[in-house]
Design a protein around this ligand. Structure first.
Ligand code: SF4
Length: 339
């Protein structure tokens, strides 16, 4: 295990740390086989975990697909709670484990099921598209889910003039730009919204990812001053201004593919820090710059130590009430059918 990890990560993770982590990873992989478990790892996992224990890695859409296909008894989700919940929605009879209790998400916490019900009352008959970065009860109030990789395709698939798109303000603005739709944002409490200016095609919400919200156009200008030939890739949870000032925008998977397929002198990823390390490890011939002031405090909760405990003690089990599960699963399955 150590030799494998060293070959991949010697330039990214210090050697003493690799030795400790390789031991943990070997023990996790042994238990994984013993318990007939599958481990799914999101692209934002730290490199030592990302390159050692997951059977599958990817973005939330890819991992949702893998979760839907698994025949293992236990799914351990190395990601945040809404992702583990999505795996449970697609595998209601299996045990789904999240290694850290508190791995939340600022976007998922920005909206409640009651907020969605109020929006539906205010905009009756308008279909609700919900980003997968939400909890199951919010998904249950939605017609269909989307990820950053398929948001435009999902909105287009509805074939309607109007859509409620929740909860990420920036993703909604970026999708509105792509689809040419006029977007409005009722206040955080839709019950208090006045009826002024309801000339809309898209209704958004003011949720934000606390990581992508930190990147600014000024950051981009500073990097370009030092590295004029850099290719900058921004996640669509960044503001539309940041996306416009970048060279490419797409989901984490789309960013990885773009780096693999192109040959720029330097790359800069505007997304969670750990992914820069993971992409650097997979592409040692490419120069990855880092603008790495923030790690997602939620993704950061998932460690090899906690994953080992999770497998040993069967913790923390994801449970979703039956009526919520059925309705939320429908919204996720509709999305998966679109691709
Ligand atoms: S990176 Fe942002 S969207 Fe992803 S889990 Fe962290 S807070 Fe949520």
């Amino acid at each position: 295990m150590y030799a494998e990890m060293k070959a991949k990560l010697s330039g990214v993770v210090p050697d003493f740390e690799l030795k400790i982590k390789a031991e943990l990873a070997a023990e996790i992989n042994r238990l994984k086989t013993e318990k007939n478990a599958v481990i799914l790892g999101h692209n934002y996992m730290e490199p030592a975990l990302f390159y050692s224990i997951p059977d599958f890695v990817g973005d939330s859409l890819e991992l949702a697909r893998k979760a839907a296909q698994t025949d293992k008894d236990i799914i351990v989700f190395c990601g945040v709670k809404f992702m583990a919940e999505t795996a449970k929605l697609l595998n209601p009879t299996k045990t789904v484990l999240l290694p850290a209790k508190k791995a939340g998400c600022s976007l998922a916490e920005s909206i409640t099921a009651e907020d969605v019900r109020e929006l539906k009352k205010k905009f009756p008959g308008v279909p609700v598209v919900t980003y997968v970065n939400t909890y199951a009860d919010v998904k249950a109030e939605s017609d269909i889910c989307c990820t950053s990789g398929n948001a435009k395709a999902v909105v287009d698939s509805l074939g309607t003039d109007t859509v409620i798109f929740l909860p990420d303000e920036y993703l909604a603005k970026n999708v509105a730009k792509e689809t040419g739709k006029r977007i409005i944002f009722p206040t955080m409490d839709p019950r208090k919204t006045s009826d002024e200016d309801l000339d809309y095609q898209m209704v958004g919400w003011l949720g934000r990812c606390e990581v992508h919200d930190k990147f600014t156009v000024e950051d981009i200008a500073n990097v370009r001053k030092q590295f004029p030939d850099v290719t900058i890739l921004a996640h669509p949870e960044c503001s539309p201004e940041v996306v416009a000032a970048s060279d490419f925008s797409g989901s984490t998977t789309a960013m990885i593919r773009h780096v693999e397929k192109t040959n720029a002198p330097h790359y800069l990823l505007l997304t969670e820090c750990a992914m820069g390390d993971n992409v650097a490890a997979a592409n040692p011939d490419k120069d990855m710059l880092r603008l790495c002031s923030v790690r997602c405090p939620h993704m950061n909760q998932i460690t090899l130590e906690d994953t080992l405990e999770s497998l040993k003690k069967n913790q923390y089990i994801i449970e979703i009430p039956e009526d919520i599960l059925k309705r939320a699963a429908r919204a996720v399955e509709r999305m998966i059918a679109i691709g």
